[in-house]
Ligand binder design. Structure first.
Ligand code: 5AD
Ligand code: SF4
Length: 523
């Protein structure tokens, strides 16, 4: 964008702030929709998303909007049509997909799992590691023949990858059959964007590289009637040096407690049995609100709501405070499974990761948790092969995994993310070494998981039954309070209920059993 365009854009903003939709819209107005060649348009004046802008953290208040509506003329746009959303990455994305599905259903679309039947296909993408991105580019390639067959098909790319300049440029250059790209801050604009994609000739690109607002009353088409996700906050301000999330998801902003509590009450009234409170760094909940109210206080209020199971993810050890531990120790519907990403067992590596805690302070926190909740299950995330990680530092990770006794861990090879500080670090660890480290770590985690599972043999556990097992429709599947997968024989009427299951056989990652009537002994 040139200087004149920039000026014009800010004049438009000042003249009519309510009507400012996006830089893309404004550009179109500035250019008075001259019939320029599409490519030239993007080469000369298109403003790509900017990770640099997304990194800025200002002092302005977060705006909470309660006025989301779908304009009348867009309500029937989807009637008789079908949509499909493919989701990559974390629970936050899964939940965003539920919101987009909710919006599309209000526009008249119905959902389908068949790409061939779909009139609109959205890829809700993840940017956390390179292999996640490669999968999406592979999928975009697969969709091309569908578009050739059916030129009216709308193909859209959204989620975290759309926030990256390099990704948007690559799509613009190499995948021009994509109709729509929009970012994580633009989900509520889906009706307008779909309309533009339907009737315009150009690829619609709307990605705001901003700190982010909160849009409260978005529709949601939840994926089941048993478990539900509830956002409690958005964004992340931690800026761990390897992580792209603070750039793709904006600044930390908490929903107001009353809005969250109302949503949870509503879910309880609808008969949901389990909720998971979601945020990239839930322990920072409330820090941005002008009140003395944190995650502990929120959990304490949710503890009083009549919903059987409450989980939360993801925690950051740095912000995990005593108040939260005290509240969690009350038990009840607050489950004593804590996912506490450690990333590395070496204080030196943690330092260059900018995690702002040490091996020792992590272990102290684990001690505190165990003292308050002696039966708590701890799980974690670990990155191996961070730039220049030495053998000794990796050994420290292994010893920490043993010392804490994690019962499960998501383990990853470090993946450089463009725009993050770690991506600029020189790295002397060969890929072969990183792979070996991952394998050794996984062996240890598997061993610990199998040992933890073994202890359940002969015990009776409470299982929230989710449905038939994926492998065998005669077997039911569900999870214990400590998030262990249980496959068992029982009546279909148990689906959606919490039932007692006697464990007969433990595997590395799951338990086999049969439904019983007796009182539960262990969870
Ligand atoms: N490379 C590898 N793993 C990463 N994670 C985040 N960023 C990266 C990266 N660049 C992992 C962390 C985080 C989890 C969600 O993904 O372990 O906790
Ligand atoms: Fe990424 Fe660190 Fe924020 Fe987690 S806390 S989302 S790892 S920056």
């Amino acid at each position: 964008m040139n200087e004149q365009q920039r000026k014009q854009m800010s004049q438009i903003r000042e003249a009519n702030p309510a009507d400012v939709k996006s830089d893309q819209d404004n550009l179109s107005r500035i250019k008075e929709k001259k019939s320029e060649d599409f490519i030239k348009y993007f080469e000369t004046s298109y403003q790509p998303p900017s990770l640099k802008d997304a990194k800025k953290r200002g002092k302005e208040d977060v705006e909470v909007h309660y006025d989301f509506t779908i304009p009348e003329e867009m309500i029937g746009l989807g009637s008789g049509k079908k949509f499909m959303i493919r989701t990559y990455g974390c629970q936050m994305n899964e939940h965003d997909t539920e919101i987009m599905a909710g919006i599309l259903e209000e526009m008249g679309y119905v959902s389908t799992n068949e790409t061939k039947e779909a009139d609109i296909i959205l890829l809700n993408t993840c940017a956390i590691r390179e292999n996640a991105e490669n999968k999406v580019f592979g999928e975009i390639g697969h969709l091309k023949p569908l578009k050739t067959e059916n030129p009216d098909l709308i193909i859209g790319v959204c989620g975290c990858m759309s926030q990256e300049e390099s990704v948007v440029n690559r799509i613009l250059q190499k995948h021009q059959f994509v109709d729509l790209i929009f970012g994580t801050h633009n989900i509520h604009r889906l009706p307008q964007l779909v309309k533009e994609a339907m009737f315009g000739k150009e690829m619609v690109v709307e990605v705001w590289s901003k700190e982010g607002d909160i849009i409260e009353n978005l529709p949601r088409s939840r994926k089941g009637k048993i478990k539900a996700w509830v956002n409690i906050m958005y964004g992340c301000d931690k800026f761990c040096t390897y992580c792209i999330v603070p750039y793709t998801r904006g600044k930390e902003r908490s929903r107001l407690p009353e809005d969250i509590i109302q949503e949870v009450r509503h879910l309880a009234a609808q008969g949901y049995k389990e909720i998971t409170l979601l945020g990239q760094n839930v322990n920072a909940y409330g820090k941005d609100l002008d009140m003395d109210y944190g995650l502990g206080d929120l959990m304490n209020d949710i503890h009083k709501i009549d919903i059987p199971r409450v989980r939360f993810t993801t925690s950051h050890p740095r912000d995990f405070d005593d108040r939260l531990i005290e509240v969690l120790a009350q038990g009840g519907n607050l489950l004593d499974h804590i996912h506490l990403p450690v990333q590395s067992g070496s204080s030196d590596v943690l330092k260059i990761m900018a995690r702002k805690y040490t091996r020792e302070s992590y272990l102290e926190l684990v001690d505190k948790i165990r003292t308050a909740m002696p039966n708590a299950t701890l799980t974690t995330d670990i990155i191996v092969g961070f730039p220049n990680e030495t053998d000794e530092q990796f050994e420290e990770t292994l010893s920490l995994v043993e010392e804490v006794g994690f019962e499960a861990a998501y383990t990853f090879i470090y993946s450089p993310r463009e725009g993050t500080p770690a991506a600029r670090m020189k790295d002397n660890v060969p890929m072969e070494v990183k792979k070996e480290r991952l394998q050794r770590l996984n062996e240890l985690v598997n061993k610990q998981s199998a040992e933890a599972m073994k202890k359940y043999e002969g015990q009776i556990v409470d299982v929230l039954v989710e449905g038939e097992s994926k492998k065998n429709p005669d077997v039911l599947a569900g999870y214990t309070e400590r998030n262990k997968l249980v496959n068992f024989i029982g009546p279909k009427s148990a689906i959606g209920e919490i039932v007692k299951v006697k464990i007969n056989n433990a595997k590395t990652w799951s338990l086999d059993g049969e439904m019983v009537e007796e009182a539960a002994e262990v969870n």
